[in-house]
Design a protein around this ligand. Structure first.
Ligand code: NAP
Ligand code: FE
Length: 362
């Protein structure tokens, strides 16, 4: 079973093609973004004339930071209510898109005072347009919102079908302004999603063509995009791969790899994509005996060996300096085991497995 309800517009004229669908979603949008991506990507400059032509007033909430917190989401929801907006347009990477999903749900369900925001409290939402400016998370087509709880320092969030964006407007041009580091880290996040679509115990044959096409697109185009940042063809392939990754994890969820990566982000400030990259090899090693057949078919279809695959990864600067103390490891094992993603792992993961993987990173 595949469920992917967001209406997707892809390509250079995506916003123009989506225009009539967008302006029908309400009368006053709240544009949710970070400090610079909406402007740098060029997406805001294309959007404003469309809203003006439709005579729609709008408000902008541009305070979403990387790895957004519940606090900023609550602040944004109150802003949305005060500005009397009735739909949302998120412009940016996964951070603004995830924050906008939660802001829409808090507002539509009048949960401004609610401390414990769990999906069972959500029965409706506001329409959301997602305009990605990174090629990574695939959040524009997922039901997930990954948020950090600042009181516990845990990155978790929620998933609910109500959070699927109504429209996903994907123009690869918006990613031309990404620097090499963000291009690399976000592409590896997409790469992780595609691989985790195979790792997951919810893997399904229907997704394999998408997974394979996405992995191939990243392996062939990541280096090109890093060496020639303005190469639109390579950027297009990376954005397609991110979209395929999003459609994939919307069905399969992510796995141990994301669970192991979250504490590296919250404690050491390592970006989401790089955290995934740091544990990718170990997680593949760990899962390999259990899903050997699937992975071998993937490598064979890509006409590579597992060794070629690892050599390809080695070509990129995917390392970070951080002090992984015994204390850190012991205090995060329970957090990793308790994360939502663990429901999707193909085998039972034990405390000792997590300890071993983290220790191998030292
Ligand atoms: P991000 O945190 O949204 O953005 C990273 C940085 O890139 C920010 O500084 C941002 O600037 C900048 N940026 C974005 N687009 C740009 C552009 N076109 N030109 C120049 N700079 C640009 O990065 P992300 O990797 O896309 O999102 C990561 C978040 O998504 C994490 O919290 C992760 O856990 C989550 N995630 C969600 C899902 C899901 O299904 N919902 C899946 C995987 C990951 P600004 O400060 O202006 O924004
Ligand atoms: Fe991710």
């Amino acid at each position: 079973m595949l469920y992917s309800p967001s209406r997707i517009f892809f390509g250079e004229n995506a916003l123009t093609k989506a225009e009539l669908y967008l302006i029908r979603l309400g009368t006053k949008p709240l544009i949710v973004t970070g400090k610079s991506s909406a402007k740098l990507s060029g997406a805001l400059d294309e959007l404003i004339p469309i809203l003006k032509k439709a005579e729609q007033d709008y408000a902008i909430f541009d305070r979403v930071q990387e790895n957004p917190s519940w606090d900023i989401v609550r602040e944004g929801a109150r802003f949305l209510k005060d500005a009397q907006c009735n739909y949302l347009i998120a412009i940016g990477g996964g951070s603004p898109i995830d924050a906008a999903k939660a802001m829409a749900l808090i507002t539509a369900n009048n949960l401004f005072e609610e401390e414990n925001l769990t999906p069972d409290k959500f029965s409706q939402t506001l329409p959301l347009v997602a305009i990605p400016t990174t090629a990574g998370t695939g959040s524009e087509v997922t039901q997930y919102s990954v948020l950090t709880d600042t009181s516990t320092g845990i990155k978790a969030g929620f998933g609910t079908e109500l959070a699927f964006p109504t429209l996903a407007i994907c123009n690869p041009r918006y990613t031309l302004s990404l620097n090499a580091t963000i291009t690399l880290h976000t592409a590896i996040d997409a790469f992780s999603h595609l691989l985790e679509g195979i790792f997951s115990n919810k893997r399904q044959l229907l997704l394999y063509p998408l997974i394979q096409a996405g992995i191939e697109a990243i392996m062939k185009n990541l280096e090109i995009a890093l060496n020639s940042p303005n190469n639109l063809q390579a950027r297009t392939k990376l954005m397609q791969a991110a979209l395929y990754g999003g459609i994939t994890i919307a069905q399969t969820g992510t796995t141990l790899q994301h669970s192991l990566g979250y504490p590296l982000t919250t404690h050491f400030g390592i970006s989401h994509g790089l955290s995934n990259a740091i544990v990718l090899r170990q997680v593949m090693e760990f899962y390999y005996p259990y899903i050997k057949e699937e992975l071998d078919i993937l490598f064979s279809n890509l006409d590579i060996t597992r060794e070629d695959f690892e050599n390809w990864l080695d070509r990129f600067p995917l390392k970070a300096e951080f002090d992984l103390s015994e204390e850190f490891i012991e205090s995060h094992i329970a957090e990793v085991l308790a994360s939502r993603n663990m429901a999707n792992t193909p085998i039972k993961v034990k405390e000792e497995d997590i300890r071993k993987i983290y220790k191998s990173l030292k």
